[in-house]
Design a protein around this ligand. Structure first.
Ligand SMILES: *Cc1c(COP(=O)(O)O)cnc(C)c1O
Length: 397
């Protein structure tokens, strides 16, 4: 008989290895044990670096954050549990009751809700103005305006904010400029290089790229603001899951390849659809017929991105026929996946608007937004062409 214990304990040594894992380890631990009260004291006082409790920070979030920092040209960015958590951290970390925040009229739907419904409940005044028109933004500023929040490319109309003029305005007036860079990504635009103070991402979309994680990222230029955002995010519990961070990091390594391929596909598809009978209107920033083409060239260079918006002839019946016929393409309200997805603003992102409100934005029942993926382009062209033909056949019935 040996005296081998029949119970197991958690704190046994990790198997010894003189070689190291190539892949970033996944660390799901919620708690970290310190050597002694003195050692813990050193951690809390910043004399030693160490994790304590995962809500306050964990290695997988930190590894991911440092990589996105490198891509964005930022420092000390924070990964959060969703893109909306990043928006929340940026707003609640920087604003207090009595402040005013000005948003672009075509912000992401939930960001608009944050502006219109949530912030006012806490005494933060909000208003919206067209980010495509710097004079409209200037006219909407108030003495107590603390922040301007914009996205460069609007969803789904793909109009461009007058970012350089807004950044100039914000600098002159001492107002923070926050840019949600989800659509454009650092491949096309690095907001800090154009005067932004805060950059926000839904990592869920192009950066992670596989529609299997929900994550966000926020970075501030000013270290004091960065710390305020971090503390607010921790207190509100906006922490990401280690596994999501691990998956997103894995996605990040193919980001540039995915982005370039999707963008090349988008440019080809846009040109093809523009010549398709049955397509009434098509928007892609790199096409000379785009209303903000010149501004797109200044702000994005050659980078048109992977989003294309188009309008089919006809109404709901034609829209239904188109989606049903496009069998290999997911009809799903997201963007930035490796696979092409289509969304229908009239029944999803813009359903809260009246038909008139949608018309004012140039949207109708026939309008679709395409998030172009990395499929072989011939397959995409064929699928769209036949689905558009099917929608035309529906209107002939
Ligand atoms: C999706 C999205 C968000 C919100 O991100 P989640 O990860 O879904 O919370 C914010 N801004 C933009 C531009 C988005 O597309």
């Amino acid at each position: 008989m040996t005296d081998t214990p029949r119970t197991i304990v958690r704190r046994t040594p990790w198997p010894e290895s003189s070689s190291r894992a190539v892949v970033t380890p996944l660390q799901p631990s919620v708690v970290y044990s310190s050597e002694s009260p003195d050692a813990l004291d050193d951690q809390y006082e910043g004399r030693a670096k160490g994790y304590t409790y995962a809500r306050e920070g964990h290695p997988n979030a930190e590894v991911l954050a440092r990589k996105i920092d490198a891509m964005e040209g930022t420092e000390g960015g924070l990964v959060t549990g969703s893109g909306m958590a990043a928006v929340t951290a940026a707003l609640l970390g920087c604003l207090k009751a009595g402040d005013h925040v000005l948003g672009g009229t075509q912000l992401y739907g939930r960001s608009l809700r944050m502006m219109n419904e949530e912030l006012p409940r806490f005494g933060v005044a909000t208003s919206l103005a067209d980010a495509g028109d710097a004079a409209a933004i200037e006219a909407a500023l108030r003495p107590e305006t603390r922040m301007i929040l914009v996205e460069l490319v609007s969803n789904p109309t793909l109009r461009l904010a007058d970012l350089d003029a807004i950044a100039d305005l914000a600098r002159r007036r001492g107002i923070l400029l926050a840019v949600d860079n989800t659509f454009t990504t650092p491949r096309a635009l690095r907001p800090f290089e154009r005067g932004a103070d805060i950059v926000i991402h839904s990592v869920t979309k192009l950066l992670a790229g596989h529609s299997d994680v929900t994550l966000g990222y926020v970075a501030a230029r000013d270290p004091a603001l960065r710390e305020a955002i971090r503390v607010t995010a921790i207190t509100l519990g906006l922490t990401p899951s280690p596994f999501d961070c691990w998956l997103a990091e894995r996605g990040l390594y193919s980001f540039e390849l995915r982005y370039d391929r999707a963008e090349e596909n988008a440019a080809r598809l846009a040109d093809h659809l523009a010549g398709c009978p049955g397509v009434r209107e098509l928007l892609y920033p790199m096409r000379p017929d785009h209303p903000d083409h010149d501004r797109a060239r200044v702000l994005l260079g050659e980078r048109g991105g992977n989003m294309v918006t188009f309008t089919l002839n006809g109404g709901r019946a034609e829209a239904n026929a188109f989606v049903r016929a496009a069998r290999t393409i997911a009809f799903a309200p997201t963007l930035g996946d490796i696979g092409t997805t289509i969304s229908h603003p009239a029944t999803s992102s813009h359903r809260a608007l009246s038909a008139e409100g949608r018309r004012a934005l140039g949207l109708s029942e026939g309008s679709f937004r395409i998030s172009v993926g990395i499929e072989p382009i011939d397959l995409l062209l064929r699928e769209f062409e036949s689905a558009i033909a099917a929608s035309g056949a529906a209107s002939a019935e």
